[in-house]
Design a protein around this ligand. Structure first.
Ligand code: CTP
Ligand code: CA
Length: 226
């Protein structure tokens, strides 16, 4: 049993969090998705609620219980996730923890796709999904916006460029090439990256439970919330 935060330092704040994968239909029985378990986003939702926030968790398909005191809205695709998030704005803090599929099928087949005579294979046409966190951060009434970056190489370079490109207030970078953390695990390590006085600053957070990591991320955020 872990010690829970006793300070209700998010009381009066509305937090919107995305979690889990999205699923992009190919036909009535098939989809494109990824291995996100949703554990990090759910840990953040639980931690925000424990700290007194009103929490809306916009969740892709995962097999996790809704944390106590959290309002959960289930969605399937990236487009649905964006619409659900926008319907909850404005808010004080937006945390984009979902592993959003970057592409969806250009055309969703009405009937189950059949194999073709061509034995060499099948080419799927895909189109880009909207970038949810960049869309939220571009709003005039933008909340304090936190993104995640799961990378397998050049972690800080890639995460640092996402921080600037998406105009985030904070990015949580984690190395998913390591088997003992990240995807599916109960534990994770991360590096926080943010801009301060025209410089990119960094703070490594050691390997720990996703719930403790959530509180460490929120400690950083609470100090900087307007
Ligand atoms: N994200 C999002 N909407 C998308 C894609 C990503 O909101 N369509 C968010 C994720 O929730 C995460 C951050 O953007 O907080 C970074 O996601 P990531 O997949 O690492 O970034 P991409 O810009 O998609 O870059 P790439 O996958 O090419 O590395
Ligand atoms: Ca991506």
């Amino acid at each position: 049993v872990e010690a829970m935060t006793i300070h209700r330092d998010l009381a009066g704040r509305h937090v919107v969090i995305t979690a889990g994968p999205t699923r992009e239909a190919l036909d009535p029985v098939r989809y494109l998705s990824n291995h996100s378990s949703g554990k990090m986003g759910y840990a953040l939702a639980a931690a925000c609620a424990a700290r007194g926030a009103t929490v809306t968790l916009v969740s892709g398909p995962v097999s996790l219980p809704t944390p106590p005191g959290v309002e959960r809205q289930d969605v399937t695709s990236a487009e649905e996730m964006l619409a659900a998030v926008e319907s909850r704005l404005p808010c004080d803090l937006f945390i984009a923890c979902a592993a959003v599929a970057d592409y969806r099928a250009a055309h969703v087949a009405e009937h189950k796709l059949k194999k073709t005579e061509d034995e060499s294979g099948l080419t799927l046409a895909l189109v880009r999904n909207p970038d949810i966190v960049a869309t939220v951060a571009a709003r005039a009434d933008r909340p304090f916006t936190v993104g995640f970056a799961a990378e397998t190489q050049s972690l800080e370079t890639h995460a640092g460029s996402k921080l600037e490109r998406k105009r985030l207030d904070l990015i949580v970078a984690n190395d998913v090439a390591r088997g003992d953390r990240g995807f599916g695990s109960d534990d994770n390590a991360a590096t926080l990256l943010w801009r301060e006085r025209d410089e990119t600053r960094r703070q490594p957070l050691p390997l720990q439970s996703k719930r403790r990591l959530a509180d460490a991320i929120l400690d950083h955020v609470v100090e900087r919330l307007p």
